[in-house]
Design a binder for this molecule. Structure first.
Ligand code: SAH
Ligand code: SF4
Ligand code: F3S
Length: 446
């Protein structure tokens, strides 16, 4: 590596889950604190941070094509200094340096607070890798939040101890840790001071969060939600992602009692078949999952449900896959994510017998997605005629058009007098599969 001038501008590209989006924002804030500025849209950046995802093979391989495009002048006129961050950085570490000589830094998701020092080294021609864990040190070392959108992310919990047999997250993010209560209340306050109306609490196992309040009393996630809800500038709270094993009565009741907690729950089930669930090391059955949802729906009858599914887990038969279709029919999801199983290095499922043929996975995914689409449309159709609050997040493509979110996390578009960050009252009048049309109703601003 040759010596270069220290970078003045940066661009952070985040892939994967919302936690990576959050990390990308924090990296940007840190680089700004270092005196760098974000590269304007369409212009070259001196430093590009690829904040990567390792969850499926396609996502993980993307980093190498992105590096190739950056160095060959396809993405920028001049090749930038390149940092690889995120879960591929954690999983592959030094290997990335060997495979891609153009990369100056490799930094894991729990070590990116040391990025500024690594950039200084890189400018002197020294390449470095930092994949230290755990996450506590990172949060303590990061600068305070300074920017915010109407809807902001707040990571409250890191890592995962569940070890589902297909999943890389326990290896890339490390063991579960909960951020301290006071740091979270403080960060939520900074976000609302900077304009956030909605905060989504994040964690790979967000409902496993535990902590203590100012008086030393033990709190779970329900307690944290109740405390954060006391912030008068905060209007909406969401959280993601939960594991069915960590949902307790207190959290279920919170859905019925805390008005600011939005009527939406993302609760992945992965499969509708008990043998597959066991092989996945999920600790629930199809029946226990459905019973849990019933308890949530009793507490909050208008709850919109979302989930994740994997098709083609090793050994999955046609009949076992059909159980997944059955659970979709039984739940009636407002939306859901579905994926073809992807064998991940180092996970137990990758070496299991009876890997399912790719064509079979394609066919199953198509059938599953058809069911999900049908339910999503039905959920949106059933919303027509409802008058609800919409949080305005950005301008639409058409003149005077605005885009925002309903309480049920549906994308809503309308035209009229509004501004980003407003919470308006709107009647939903038209339903597509992915968005709804609305008209403003009195009182427009609540
Ligand atoms: N912590 C969350 C999300 C984990 S990653 C949870 O437990 O639900 C998001 C989703 O990616 C998972 O829910 C799962 O559906 C999917 N996924 C994880 N590993 C996968 C793999 N090896 N192949 C295909 N999909 C996978
Ligand atoms: Fe992965 Fe399972 Fe942990 Fe979710 S709970 S992050 S799917 S190991
Ligand atoms: Fe991907 Fe890491 Fe998130 S593997 S899904 S970016 S935790």
């Amino acid at each position: 590596m040759k010596q270069t001038t220290p970078p003045k501008t940066y661009r952070v590209k985040s892939f994967g889950c919302q936690m990576n989006v959050y990390d990308g924002e924090r990296m940007g804030e840190m680089l700004a604190e270092k005196g760098m500025s974000p590269a304007p849209e369409g212009e070259d950046a001196d430093l590009v941070v690829l904040n990567t995802c390792h969850i499926r093979e396609k996502a993980a391989e993307k980093v190498y094509s992105d590096i190739g495009r950056l160095t060959k002048g396809k993405t920028q006129k001049v090749a930038p200094m390149i940092a690889v961050a995120g879960c591929v950085a954690q999983a592959e570490g030094e290997e990335i340096m060997t495979r891609s000589p153009a990369v100056s830094m490799v930094v894991g998701p729990q070590a990116y607070h040391r990025l500024p020092g690594m950039i200084d080294k890189a400018a002197k021609g020294i390449r470095s890798t930092d994949t230290d864990m755990p996450a506590d040190a990172k949060f303590a070392a990061l600068p305070q939040r300074r920017k915010s959108a109407p809807s902001a992310f707040l990571t409250i919990q890191e890592g995962c101890d569940k070890f589902c047999t297909y999943c890389v997250v326990p290896y890339t993010r490390g063991a579960e840790i909960s951020r301290p209560y006071s740091a979270l209340v403080d960060e939520a306050k900074r976000l609302t001071e900077a304009g956030a109306k909605e905060i989504t609490l994040l964690g790979q196992n967000v409902s496993a969060w535990t902590g203590e309040d100012d008086k030393g009393r033990a709190l779970g996630m329900a307690g944290l939600i109740r405390e954060i809800a006391k912030n008068p500038d905060l209007k909406r709270i969401r959280y993601t992602t939960s594991h069915p094993a960590d949902m307790d009565d207190e959290l279920i009741n919170t859905h019925g009692e805390v008005e600011k907690l939005m009527p939406y729950l993302h609760l992945p089930v992965q499969s509708g078949n008990d043998r597959i669930l066991k092989a996945m090391n999920r600790s629930h059955t199809a029946e226990s999952y459905l019973k849990l949802l019933e308890r949530f729906r009793t507490a909050r009858p208008d709850l919109a449900l979302s989930g994740d599914f994997i098709v083609g887990f090793p050994g999955e038969t046609e009949a076992e896959f059909e159980d997944t279709l059955k659970i979709v029919d039984a739940v009636g999801y407002a939306q859901a994510y579905s994926f073809k199983y992807s064998p991940r290095p180092g996970t137990p499922a990758a070496t299991m017998d009876d890997q399912v043929a790719p064509e079979m996975m394609d066919e199953r995914l198509q059938r599953l997605q058809a069911s999900i689409r049908r339910d999503q449309q039905a959920f949106n159709d059933a919303s027509i005629g409802k008058t609800c609050e919409v949080l305005v997040e950005r301008k639409g493509k058409m003149d005077g058009q605005w885009l925002g979110k309903s309480p049920w996390l549906q994308s809503v578009h309308f035209t009229g007098d509004a501004a980003i960050g407003d919470i308006v009252t709107a009647e939903l009048i038209q339903a597509g599969q992915n968005s709804l049309g609305a008209v403003l109703r009195e009182p427009i601003n609540t």
